[in-house]
Design a binder for this molecule. Structure first.
Ligand code: GDP
Ligand code: IMO
Ligand code: MG
Length: 433
């Protein structure tokens, strides 16, 4: 099983870190292909909990080679902080490979992220403030700095000058800020480049050779389907492609080399930041889910917005990603509910006052913003499921809940998370052969 993509099916924080760690014991490489340190992935090993942002979750596993692909935006300062933090806890990071073509998040991208959000006011996206959007904007605008640019002083100075030319006008004239100094920024980036150099290589070549040799590569997505800049709830999205297609463009590996596309979905739904969320709960049930599920962001600490499982979202994820498997996480969190509502379709009021049922995701975001969930009520269970390792041993109503989610999501559920620990998992179908 050489090429496996692992992504988020909803709005992020589905438990991708845990799923990567689970599969990671059977793979040779784990490659991040999109996003940057806006991601927050938790891996729990025994009593140790690791919060990873930029590094692939595979870094925790000594047999895995972790790779940061060309599609990732790399903040070198954050990378070194993360490496130092892990190495101080005994995790060896020397195997890390960083693409020479990945774009760099410079200090000015962070500044622009923050001032833009402030400027947007009530239209803000609720970004993580890590400079992700401005770094990708520069990439698309063809004024970005790539990792290999950090190794050539003259060339880099030229690029920083080109990039800051317009930004400084904007910072000074529009945002009333001080201009950013080209020479100082270039020197800072050059110093960071020197530290980065040992990790940098042609990762597309490395990964393709690995696949040629029959090695297994796991392509790990940051963020999730509904945050995809093309397929998500635009403009309330991140600025990259966390969907399966992004794994190819973000690593330089062709689609014919992918054998499996696995998405992780929670047994309910959460979202961080602004934007529409049809099954969101604003009452004590939402608070209950947040407390039971410890739904607070790994990156920003923000409380996550919580709601019921939305099968329109997971069906859509099956469609746009060509999913082969779903990993359903946090099923344990629902324990104790007498009944559990599950959204199967949307009701959308039209301009003329009539109501239309949507079984598929509306492409029009104005319609999506008005979508009201059509719920089906499923019976709950009260037994502790965290120690169960076989699907057949789950309470009957819990099995029925999973089976129904599988049916309405249009994808088989191959693993079920029953708690945060590594062994809190039920494997229904093998994820690696
Ligand atoms: P990611 O961004 O998709 O990697 O997910 P996060 O790490 O941001 O958030 C997922 C949270 O859920 C983490 O705190 C995990 O430790 C936790 N988690 C993952 N799977 C399960 C599960 O099956 N049950 C419970 N209770 N927690 C889980
Ligand atoms: P993981 O990998 C949840 C959200 C932000 C904001 C929007 C844009 O842990 O699942 P950005 O800083 O990317 O420009 O912010 O995207 N967002 C996430 N939400 N999980 C994430 O990552 C996220 N990464 C970005 O909250 O709404
Ligand atoms: Mg997260």
């Amino acid at each position: 099983m050489p090429g496996i993509i692992l992504i988020g099916a909803q709005w992020g924080d589905e438990g991708k870190g845990k799923a990567t760690d689970l599969i990671g014991t059977h793979v040779d490489y784990v490659a991040r292909f999109n996003g940057g340190n806006n991601a927050g992935h938790t891996v729990v090993v025994g009593d140790e909990s690791y919060a990873l942002h930029l590094l692939p979750s595979g870094i925790i596993n000594p047999n895995v080679i972790p790779v940061i692909g060309n599609g990732v935006v790399v903040d070198p300062e954050v990378l070194f902080e993360e490496i130092e933090g892990l190495e101080s806890r005994g995790v060896d990071c020397s195997r890390l490979l960083v693409s020479e073509s990945a774009h760099v998040i410079a200090p000015y991208h962070r500044t622009i992220d923050k001032v833009t959000e402030r400027f947007l006011g009530k239209r803000k996206i609720g970004t993580t403030g890590r400079g992700i959007g401005p770094a990708y904007a520069d990439k698309i605008n063809r004024v970005g700095i790539r990792v290999h640019d950090l190794f050539n002083a003259e060339h880099l100075h030229d690029k920083v000058e080109a990039s800051l030319h317009q930004k400084n006008q904007m910072l000074v004239k529009l945002y009333n800020r001080r201009a950013i100094d080209v020479d100082r920024t270039t020197d800072e980036l050059l110093a960071l480049g020197e530290r980065l150099r040992p990790y940098v290589t042609n990762t597309s070549l490395v990964l393709n050779k690995a696949l040629d040799e029959g090695k297994t590569v796991l392509f790990e997505g940051g963020q999730a389907t509904m945050l995809d800049v093309d397929h998500g709830t635009y403009p309330f999205v991140t600025s990259s492609n966390p969907t399966a297609g992004g794994a190819c463009t973000g690593t330089g590996v062709g689609p014919t080399r992918i054998d499996r596309v696995i998405a992780v979905a929670k047994a309910y739904t959460t979202r961080v930041g602004e934007g529409p969320f049809p099954t969101e709960l604003f009452d004590e049930q939402g608070d209950w889910l947040r407390n039971q599920g410890h739904e607070f962001g790994v990156t920003t600490g923000r409380p996550r917005r919580c709601g019921w499982f939305d099968a329109v979202v997971t069906r859509y994820a099956s469609q746009v990603n060509g999913l082969t498997d779903l990993v359903l996480t946090k099923l344990d969190v629902l324990t104790g509910l007498p009944t559990i509502p599950v959204c199967v379709a949307y009701d959308v009021e039209q301009a003329d006052g009539t109501h239309v049922r949507y079984d598929d995701m509306p492409a029009d975001q104005a319609a999506f913003a008005k979508a009201t969930p059509i719920y089906e009520e499923l019976p709950g269970w009260s037994e502790d499921i965290s120690q169960i390792h076989r699907f057949e041993d789950l309470p009957a109503t819990c099995q029925a809940y999973v089976k129904r989610l599988e049916e309405i999501s249009n994808c088989r559920i191959s693993a079920i998370g029953t708690g945060p620990q590594r062994d809190h998992i039920i494997e229904v179908h093998s994820l690696i052969d």
